[in-house]
Design a protein around this ligand. Structure first.
Ligand SMILES: *[C@@H]1O[C@H](CO)[C@@H](O)[C@H](O)[C@H]1NC(C)=O
Ligand SMILES: *[C@@H]1O[C@H](CO)[C@@H](O)[C@H](O)[C@H]1NC(C)=O
Ligand SMILES: *[C@@H]1O[C@H](CO)[C@@H](O)[C@H](O)[C@H]1NC(C)=O
Ligand SMILES: *[C@@H]1O[C@H](CO)[C@@H](O)[C@H](O)[C@H]1NC(C)=O
Length: 519
């Protein structure tokens, strides 16, 4: 129970000044800590040495002059009582009675209190990690135990208090025992602050405190966001990376070479000479809560533009045509435009050109085509890596070339009709040898074989019908073969809408009236 410091040979604490009561007695209050040497004064009013002194405690004699050597309580030469090593239990009311020279007596009362501590409060907050300055750190969501202990004699009040951003001094726990623990489950940023354990000796009012700063670290679950922004100059690009919602502020880095910077959003501007096709650009985030190898990152792989589409387009004069170009692979996204001619003049939307965009597909519609529109068009795609172009050659056909196509169509149709006639004739001449059974008789009447003749120009679609045999009755006596065209409504809709009067004439020629061949 030796609490007093070794250097303090004599520790006297007068918590109340001596008060003279009457003519021949004083009362003094005195506090001593266990282990101290306490000196209880007796005759302090005069300068006379008492000839004999006895000390009583709570009515019992505890010491008298001329004691045997080596006792813990001893009356000193001047009548005071020395307690060599104060112990718990020494507290009480002491009365000294001194006989002064001349046989007068003197009495003095001393109230001794024994109080000890609190010593140094010992605290622990765990599990946490300590920074170099002693501040403790715990991650958000963790469970943390707070422990505090210290002992005082005869009793103490022990408290845990918290000072944070939102509370100036919040009391968290209280006890009169010598230890005080509590626990925070699911630690939150609002729990960040200073935790103070304070012990007060209820008698001496001596206090001891320990304060610990606790930081609550957290990181977002998400990865950083990688973004790009196009610069004024198409050969430059700004990459930005942000990772918001981490505490403390994370460190970000673009690429491998540069160092990390303490920031939650970082941008770099790169030019064409620093970028290459297929390169992966990565932003890495570092944070104290992420161990080595657990860094979070986002990235994208750079790709040159690659405009795709039909390189050869044919259109008929006075119609309109739509050129299409798909740009789906470029990273960062390309700026794609239509250009015309070898000078690559910008195509400007207006009464001649209609520009439209459907997702990755860019369309250029040229209205009322004339021979002047024939030539090369470019779908030009540029991103910070470079420029790629799709070359589209537009051929404009005049009405006469369409006419040639129609003639060929008619010729082939006539050839097929002729063939059908020959087949029909053969069938007829051998009718006594072959009798068509049920299978043939049930031939589906709605199904006609249609031959489509498609020119290189998509818009020019010629359809003609192959004559077919009508259903033959079971009796095999039919002698009539009918050959006729299938009227095609699709064909008429498609052709008549777009064609010039001259062309409509052409189609009329192909539209043969129902042929009736009678044998
Ligand atoms: C200890 O360091 C941390 C991080 O550098 C800082 O936030 C905190 O305020 C410091 N604490 C003290 C008591 O200096
Ligand atoms: C100790 O706590 C008790 C009970 O709350 C209170 O009455 C007393 O005043 C406290 N003593 C000190 C010294 O704080
Ligand atoms: C591209 O950037 C590098 C480094 O910043 C610089 O040395 C170079 O001159 C730049 N080139 C162009 C074309 O801007
Ligand atoms: C189509 O172009 C011709 C000349 O190329 C012009 O005479 C005609 O008015 C144009 N038609 C329309 C509908 O713009």
């Amino acid at each position: 129970m030796k609490i007093v410091a070794a250097a303090a040979l004599l520790h006297l604490c007068f918590s109340a000044t001596a008060a003279v009561s009457g003519s021949g007695s004083t009362e003094t209050a005195l506090a001593a800590a266990p282990g101290d040497i306490a000196l209880l004064p007796c005759y302090t009013v005069g300068n006379v040495t008492p000839s004999f002194t006895t000390w009583m405690k709570n009515g019992l004699e505890v010491a008298a002059s001329l004691p045997p050597a080596g006792r813990r309580l001893a009356v000193q030469h001047d009548g005071s009582l020395a307690i060599r090593e104060v112990m718990p239990g020494d507290e009480g009311s002491y009365l000294c009675s001194s006989t002064l020279p001349g046989n007068s007596t003197f009495q003095a009362r001393v109230l001794l209190q024994v109080t000890g501590g609190p010593g140094n409060v010992s605290t622990s907050i765990s599990p946490t990690t300590a920074l170099s300055n002693g501040t403790l750190v715990a991650p958000r969501g963790s469970s943390v135990s707070f422990k505090c202990s210290v002992s005082s004699y005869p009793s103490q009040n022990l408290t845990w208090a918290f000072r944070g951003a939102s509370s100036s001094n919040q009391s968290l726990a209280f006890t009169s025992e010598s230890w005080l623990d509590f626990r925070i489950e699911d630690l939150q940023p609002s729990d960040q602050g200073v935790y103070i354990c304070r012990a007060v000796n209820t008698v001496s009012l001596n206090t001891s405190t320990d304060r610990r700063q606790l930081l609550v670290y957290y990181v977002p679950d998400r990865h950083p966001d990688c973004m790009w922004a196009s610069a004024q100059d198409p050969s430059r690009v700004q990459f930005s990376c942000s990772w918001l919602g981490a505490y403390p502020v994370p460190e970000l880095r673009w690429g491998q070479g540069g160092g990390f910077q303490v920031t939650d959003s970082l941008s770099v501007t790169l030019n064409r000479s620093l970028l290459s096709d297929g390169e992966t650009v990565r932003c890495t985030a570092r944070h104290p809560l992420l161990g080595p190898g657990q860094e979070k990152s986002c990235s994208f792989t750079l790709n040159l533009p690659f405009p795709e589409g039909e390189p050869l387009v044919t259109a008929l004069e006075a119609t309109s045509v739509t050129l299409t170009c798909a740009e789906a692979t470029s990273v960062p996204p390309a700026n794609t435009t239509w250009r015309k001619g070898l000078q690559q003049d910008n195509v400007v939307a207006g009464s001649k050109y209609v520009l439209s965009e459907e997702g990755p597909i860019l369309k250029l519609t040229i209205l009322n085509i004339s021979k002047d529109d024939e030539g090369v068009y470019f779908c030009r795609s540029e991103n910070p890596l470079g420029v790629r172009e799709l070359e589209v050659y537009l051929t404009v056909k005049t009405a006469s070339s369409a006419y040639t196509g129609a003639i060929i169509g008619v010729f082939i149709a006539a050839l097929i009709v002729g063939l059908a006639v020959i087949v029909a004739k053969n069938v007829y001449s051998s009718r006594h040898r072959i009798c068509l059974g049920d299978g043939f008789g049930q031939m589906d009447e709605d199904r006609g074989d249609v031959l489509s003749l498609v020119e290189s120009d998509d818009e020019q679609l010629f359809q003609d019908a192959v004559p077919r045999l009508p259903p033959i009755t079971n009796g095999c006596h039919t002698t009539l073969v009918q050959i006729h065209r299938i009227p095609s409504s699709d064909y008429e809709d498609a052709e008549t809408a777009d064609l010039s009067p001259q062309q409509q004439e052409d189609t009329v020629q192909t539209e043969e009236p129902e042929d009736l061949v009678t044998f």
